[in-house]
Design a protein around this ligand. Structure first.
Ligand code: SF4
Length: 267
């Protein structure tokens, strides 16, 4: 767990809020989020192995409280102390990352979705032999500038599925003619206290651009009911089977498409 903010997309980062709520003592000691130390949550291996034991072909987003392609850094424990290797050297995030890649490559039936705010780092940190076939690699983009930068960086990445998560969507983004080599688009509004607005027309235009390019699009959520133009959207209600924050219907439809098995041939 741990990360540093990259751009405006990170402004309301829930991982940072979570960290500050439970580890403010470390923050006050200068050992927390704003330093070069990040916490290691040791349970990730057990969680991954539990998912791998589930029936079928599970899909899971990896590292939702940090960024798997972050730069290297020393890890601390919950007391704020450096975690050491057997030889006394500080345990690093890159060691964890390499162990994650090795473990993940041994569970080919599990689709692991790796989302980063640092698309320029992907090729640097992927294993030298490239992304395992069960990795879907994507980048977040909430603005036109971050989208353009993300597509340029992703196009250099060898992965079965390359995707962009336009969430939180902070402004209209023009995708038309810019989706070559991209296999999937996710779009959604910001949730939580201080959530920023997202207009329905921005979402409609993104879906139109995806349809024109033949790219599957997944509309995840409005984020907040204030963004949703339909106050009667049944998916606003927590008891609805497709409940999403602020609801997830657009003009009466749920748009929840995934890449198919034919998509995503390595370039
Ligand atoms: S990259 Fe993700 S985890 Fe890191 S600060 Fe930004 S939103 Fe939070």
């Amino acid at each position: 767990m741990g990360c540093k903010q990259v751009d405006a997309t990170c402004d309301n980062c829930y991982a940072m809020k979570f960290f500050n709520r439970y580890h403010h003592n470390l923050e006050e000691q200068g050992k927390g989020w704003n330093s070069n130390f990040r916490l290691l949550i040791k349970s990730w291996r057990a969680k991954l192995q539990k998912i791998a034991a589930e029936p079928g072909t599970p899909k899971v987003f990896v590292s939702s409280l940090s960024d798997i392609f972050d730069n290297d850094f020393a890890l601390i424990n919950a007391q704020g102390d450096l975690i050491l290797n057997k030889d006394g050297t500080p345990r690093t995030f890159d060691q964890e990352r390499q162990e994650f890649f090795a473990l993940a490559a041994n569970m080919p039936h599990v689709t692991l979705m790796l989302l980063t705010q640092r698309p320029g780092n992907i090729t640097r940190w992927l294993p030298k032999w490239g992304a395992p076939a069960n990795f879907w690699i994507g980048t977040s983009a909430g603005t036109q500038e971050t989208f353009d930068r993300g597509v340029a960086a992703l196009s250099k990445v060898q992965a079965k599925v390359r995707f962009l998560s336009l969430e939180p969507l902070l402004e209209p983004i023009d995708l038309d003619g810019k989706l070559d080599g991209i296999h999937w688009i996710i779009v959604g509004g910001e949730s939580g206290p201080g959530a920023r607005p997202m207009e329905a027309e921005w979402v409609r235009n993104i879906i139109k651009d995806c349809n024109r390019a033949g790219i599957p699009c997944f509309f995840k959520q409005w984020g907040t009911v204030k963004n949703n133009p339909d106050p009667n959207d049944p998916t606003i209600l927590p008891q609805h089977e497709s409940y999403a924050k602020g609801g997830c219907q657009l003009d009466g439809w749920r748009i929840q498409n995934f890449p198919t098995s034919q998509e995503g041939a390595t370039t």
